[in-house]
Design a protein around this ligand. Structure first.
Ligand code: NDP
Ligand code: X2W
Length: 355
C-alpha cells in the first residue's frame, strides 16, 4: 500500500515541483495539499501544469491537517516551518517531516540568529546525500531519520563543486571564491519588484554581495564537515556572490580555490571522479566539456567540470543544476527515499529537457 503524503506550500515553486515528481510515484501518494492565501481554492488555479492534481482542493497549512501522514513536505518561506514542525512533532511523532526551507539546516544557533534574525528552530538530519565527508558520504546519516533538512540550490551547487577537493586535501580551505548565475525561480513565486520581467530580461545583476547572503554559513558548515572540522569554527572561508540572470530555472556555480603545492589537473579530476564516480545524479563531464544549465532542466542531475589554472595557482570548478529539482524538490525526494529505505533513484528524472 502506498505511503500517504502531505505537501504544504503546494502553490509555490518548490511545493509544485514536489507534486510534479510525486505525480506518478509508485510508493508515495499525495493525500493533502496545503497552502496559505490559496486555501479553499483548487490547485489547477495556481499550478495549471500539474493536471493530475488540478481538481484537488487546497487546505490551510495547519499541524492538524498535516499530521497523520507518513511523509510531510514543508515547502514554506523561511521561518515558517519551525513552529509548525514543533506542533507536528507533538501530534504525529512518527511522520517523516521533510523541510525544504532553511529552518533546520544550520547547526549553529548563533549563525541562524545572525543571518535569519530569529530564534534557531533546531537542527535536523542534513539531506545532501552526495556530500563528501572525510570518510564516506552524508547519505549514510539519512536512513531511518524522521526529520530531514534539505539544502537549497546555491548551497547544493557550491558544496558539490568543492567538497571532494577539500576532503582530498588538494585545495586551501580559507581561500574559496564562488560566483553564481541564478534563475529567478530560485526566489519563489510571490510578487517581488526585482523579479518583474521588465527588470530581469536583458539584464544580469549581483545580489547578496559582500558576505551577507544567508547561504554563506550553510556553505561553510558543509565544507567544514568535508574536512572533518567543526561546522561553525572550522577553517573554511568562502566569498559568495550570486547573480540574477534571465533564465527561468537553473544555477551555474563557478568556484575557484587556491591549490596546494604540486597539485595537478589529474589529481583534481581523480578526487572528483572518486567521489562521484558511482553517484547516479552527480557527474564529472569528460575533460574539456563544460556544463550548461539547459542540460539539467527538469532533471535531478548535477554536472561538474574543472580546470587547473596553473598561472593563477587556482582550480576552477563549475557545477550546474536545476534549482527546483536537484536544488530543492528532487533532492528532497531523493533524501526521503533514503530515509524510508526506498530505492534512492525512484521516480527521479536523470535526463533534462534541453533545448
Ligand atoms: N524556489 C527555489 O528554487 C527554492 C526554494 N527553496 C525553499 O523552498 C521554500 C518555498 O520556496 P518557493 O516554493 O520558492 O516559494 P513560493 O513563494 O513559490 O511559495 C511559497 C508557498 O508557501 C505558502 N506560504 C506562504 N506563506 C505561508 C505561511 N505563512 N504559512 C504557510 N504557507 C505559506 C504559499 O502559499 P499561498 O500561495 O497559498 O499563499 C506558497 O505555497 C522556501 O523556504 C525556499 O527557500 C529551496 C531551494 C530552492
Ligand atoms: C534568485 C534567488 O533569489 N535565489 C535564491 C535561492 C534560494 C535557495 O537556494 O533556497 P534556500 O534559501 O531555501 O536555500 C537566493 O539566492 O536566495
Amino acid at each position: 500500500m502506498p505511503l500517504s503524503v502531505a505537501v504544504s506550500g503546494a502553490t509555490g515553486y518548490a511545493g509544485g515541483e514536489v507534486l510534479r515528481l510525486l505525480s506518478s510515484h509508485p510508493e508515495l501518494q499525495v493525500s493533502t495539499l496545503a497552502g496559505h492565501q490559496s486555501a479553499g481554492s483548487l490547485l489547477g488555479e495556481h499550478q495549471p501544469h500539474l493536471v493530475r492534481f488540478a481538481d484537488r482542493q487546497i487546505v490551510a497549512t495547519t499541524a492538524e491537517d498535516l499530521a497523520g501522514h507518513d511523509v510531510i513536505f514543508l515547502a514554506l518561506p523561511h521561518g515558517a516551518s519551525g513552529a509548525i514542525a514543533a506542533e507536528i512533532a507533538r501530534l504525529s511523532p512518527e511522520s517523516l517531516v521533510v523541510d525544504l526551507g532553511a529552518d533546520h539546516r544550520l547547526v549553529s544557533a548563533e549563525a541562524w540568529q545572525k543571518f535569519y534574525g530569529s530564534d534557531h528552530p533546531g537542527t535536523w538530519t542534513y539531506g545532501l546525500p552526495e556530500l563528501q565527508l572525510p570518510e564516506g558520504k552524508q547519505r549514510e546519516q539519512i536512513p531511518g531519520t524522521k526529520r530531514l533538512a534539505v539544502p537549497g540550490c546555491n548551497v547544493t551547487a557550491v558544496t558539490l563543486a568543492t567538497a571532494p577537493l577539500l576532503a582530498a586535501g588538494l585545495i586551501e580551505p580559507d581561500d574559496l571564491v564562488a560566483v553564481l548565475a541564478n534563475g529567478p525561480s530560485g526566489a519563489g513565486k510571490s510578487a517581488k519588484t526585482h523579479l518583474l520581467a521588465s527588470e530581469i530580461l536583458g539584464s544580469a545583476s549581483p545580489y547578496g554581495v559582500g558576505g551577507g547572503h544567508r547561504h554563506v554559513p550553510e556553505i561553510e558548515q558543509n565544507l567544514n564537515w568535508s574536512v572533518g572540522a567543526d561546522a561553525a569554527t572550522g577553517p573554511v572561508r568562502i566569498s559568495f556572490t550570486p547573480t540574477l540572470v534571465p533564465m527561468a530555472r537553473g544555477i551555474l556555480a563557478t568556484v575557484t580555490a587556491r591549490i596546494k603545492d604540486g597539485v595537478t589537473q589529474a589529481a583534481l579530476r581523480a578526487a572528483v571522479q572518486t567521489s562521484y564516480g558511482d553517484e547516479p545524479f552527480v557527474h564529472l563531464l569528460p575533460e574539456g566539456q563544460w556544463p550548461q544549465t539547459a542540460s539539467t532542466v527538469g532533471a535531478n542531475t548535477s554536472l561538474i567540470q574543472l580546470a587547473l589554472d596553473e598561472r593563477a595557482g587556482r582550480v576552477v570548478v563549475t557545477c550546474v543544476l536545476d534549482n527546483l529539482v536537484k536544488g530543492t524538490a528532487g533532492q528532497a525526494l531523493q533524501a526521503t527515499h533514503l530515509a524510508l529505505g526506498l530505492p534512492e533513484t525512484l521516480a527521479l528524472p536523470l535526463e533534462g529537457v534541453a533545448p
